[in-house]
Design a protein around this ligand. Structure first.
Ligand SMILES: N[C@@H](CCC(=O)N[C@@H](CS)C(=O)NCC(=O)O)C(=O)O
Length: 217
């Protein structure tokens, strides 16, 4: 795959999670060449001195673009879209209302569906040995997810194909990743979002990103 002339070297740190998948998906949508450093979560690899020097937050994913580093999956998807792909429509043009709506949906998905719902379920479910048992928190987060995934369902109810305007954007990468994550951990998603999930998951870049994100699988 040819390197974009502005891109000397893109390196992605991290594989195997819904958050790392987002980065690979954006890279494949944009047709960018990159190198993967397949470190995993909770393997101790995020706590090595070498990795801490790159990302002191000890988290994946991390993107290195030449001598520059960026963390937070939503920020990385948006950076890649803006830097390498605005013409491809992965993010709406600066100054447009669609761009404001893009950020609205990105923050909504990352806060309400990821941080406040799925990550709470994960922390007090699979990771209870680290964060403590909290069945009430899991129950409340599951209800919260249903309510706010329902907001996205309502938004799509007018027959639109994508979250923002009539183009697939980084906001769809984020929403799909949360819906897929929910299904993976047996949390119900609204029935009205099934066709959206199927449609966005059928994109060739999604299939390629899955392979990159789960290299052994
Ligand atoms: N808000 C961050 C969350 C990143 C995050 O929590 N990553 C987890 C894996 S999904 C992690 O690296 N945990 C530390 C570890 O497992 O060593 C993002 O979206 O990038």
């Amino acid at each position: 795959m040819a390197l974009d002339p502005r891109n000397e070297r893109l390196i992605v740190w991290g594989v195997g999670t819904s958050r790392t998948l987002r980065v690979y998906w954006a890279l494949h949508e944009l047709g960018l060449a990159y190198e993967s450093r397949p470190i995993g979560s909770r393997t101790g690899e995020t706590q090595s001195d070498a990795y801490r020097a790159i990302n002191p937050r000890e988290k994946i994913p991390t993107l290195q673009d030449g001598d520059w580093t960026l963390v937070e999956s939503g920020a990385i998807v948006t950076y890649l879209a803006e830097t390498y792909g605005e013409k491809l429509g992965l993010i709406p043009p600066i100054g447009s209302r669609e761009r404001a709506a893009y950020f609205e949906w990105c923050f909504f998905v990352l806060m309400e569906l990821d941080a406040h719902s799925l990550y709470v379920i994960r922390r007090h479910g699979d990771l209870a040995n680290l964060y403590g048992e909290a069945p009430n928190a899991i129950r409340a987060a599951t209800e919260y997810f249903a309510k706010y995934a329902g907001v996205a369902e309502q938004h799509m109810a007018d027959g639109r194909e994508f979250l923002v305007g009539d183009q697939f954007t980084g906001a769809d990468i984020l929403l799909n990743s949360c819906l897929s994550w929910a299904k993976f951990i047996n949390v119900d998603i609204p029935i009205g979002l099934e066709p959206y999930l199927e449609r966005t998951s059928a994109r060739p870049a999604f299939r390629a990103a899955l392979q990159a994100n789960f290299p052994a699988g």
